[in-house]
Write a protein that binds this ligand. Structure first.
Ligand SMILES: *Cc1c(COP(=O)(O)O)cnc(C)c1O
Length: 375
């Protein structure tokens, strides 16, 4: 095994990933989003698993991620969402037949130049319908179409846009306006290039807006088991999704604390009674947010126990007074893990809610900070 600074582990259940993929729709109409190392789950294992399950397209983050997929022999359509960011990126993208998103005049010019030498380039036209970040505005399209027509080496294969608040029912009107704008923009692109496909939806759109699925739904969070609406507001036809990631940490010590004894940095916890405390080998260096100190549960022996005291760099403590059998060498679960009857595993959603963030951030963090094991 590689040298590692941590005994905690990120467990990735590829069978659960396959089941989520199958629950989200037809393989051909999904474009799994595997940017940022597949939201911390690992780019290559996730891509190979989904390719074997029938995925025909992938959205990665960078051109390098796309090149890595080609290097393991995947021949799906690959869209690097960040586009080409350097001259090398442009050349790699052309050489590896990636589908490059073009989002402004400079992109269009660079892409056109690349085809001067006779190479062909598949491109996606990114439309800004209200995200306000990247993409052509509606009034830019005539100039875009003019360039595309003049450059037969450029092959526009996809029109795409991104929804800013498909996960907020109270923003329904905004989402509707974005969808209408995309319908108009993609229609003018397709009037010139009828073979262009369309993609508008992220996970929230895929689950909540069946009228706007078009040819490809870009599913990210839902693939990894997350509910883009959060626990508060499930979509009407929410399929049963399973979390793909769990995170374990060994118990390295169990000790007694006497009433009034304080624990860990800053003494933010003092034993209210005689108690047993287990020390786990996981901490903020391994992706457990320090801000959750005194405010999270951990699963041990299938049961939830409260975390106590400041979370340290590579240790954290839990109150195991209710679990007298726990001993050093036992496995605790920061996320997921096997539950006893009537107990719920800790989820990335729950940690995110307590931190006023979203499960995406928790998954990226725990996944990138821990050695991964695949099932
Ligand atoms: C990340 C991303 C997605 C996927 O979003 P989820 O909410 O995870 O489904 C889709 N499209 C674009 C452009 C993205 O950046």
């Amino acid at each position: 095994m590689d040298c590692t600074f941590t005994p905690s582990r990120c467990h990735v259940d590829l069978a659960a990933l396959r089941r989520n993929f199958a629950r989200l729709g037809e393989a051909a109409s999904l474009m799994p989003v595997i940017k940022s190392d597949a939201y911390g789950h690992g780019l290559l294992p996730v891509a190979s698993t989904l390719a074997a399950a029938g995925a025909r397209r992938f959205a990665v983050g960078t051109v390098s991620e796309g090149v890595a997929l080609r290097q393991i022999g995947l021949n799906q359509q690959i869209l690097p969402l960040l586009g080409a960011l350097s001259p090398e990126d442009w050349h790699h993208a052309a050489r590896c037949h990636l589908t490059l998103p073009l989002e402004n005049e400079d992109d269009l010019r660079m892409a056109a130049q690349l085809t001067d030498g006779g190479s062909r380039l598949q491109v996606a036209i990114k439309c800004d319908t209200g995200m306000g970040r990247l993409g052509f505005a509606r009034q830019d399209l005539p100039a875009v179409l003019e360039t595309l027509r003049a450059r037969p080496g450029l092959e526009p294969v996809l029109a795409l846009s991104h929804l800013a608040c498909a996960d907020s029912p109270e923003e329904q009107a905004y989402t509707q306006a974005q969808a209408e704008c995309f319908a108009a923009m993609s229609a003018s692109l397709r009037a010139a290039f009828p073979a262009m496909e369309r993609s508008l939806c992220n996970s929230a759109g895929t689950l909540g807006l069946s009228a706007y699925h078009y040819e490809a739904c870009r599913v990210g969070l839902a693939l990894y088991g997350g509910d883009p609406f959060g626990a508060q507001c499930p979509a009407a036809a929410m399929p049963e999704l399973e979390w793909v990631m769990s995170v374990s940490a060994p118990v390295i010590r169990v000790r007694r604390l006497k009433t009034g004894q304080s624990l860990s940095y800053g003494r933010i916890f003092t034993a209210p009674r005689d108690m047993s405390v287990a020390v786990l080998a996981a901490g903020y260096a391994t992706g457990v947010p320090r801000a959750l100190s005194n405010n999270m549960d951990v699963l041990l022996d299938g049961r939830r126990v409260p975390q106590v005291g400041r979370i340290c760099m590579s240790m954290l403590m839990v109150d195991v007074s209710s679990l007298p059998a726990v001993q050093a060498g036992d496995v605790a679960w920061i996320l997921g893990g096997p539950t006893a009857t009537g107990q719920r595993a800790v989820t990335a959603q729950e940690l995110a809610d307590d931190l006023d963030t979203i499960p995406y951030e928790i998954l990226c963090r725990l996944g990138s900070e821990n050695p991964r094991i695949y099932y």
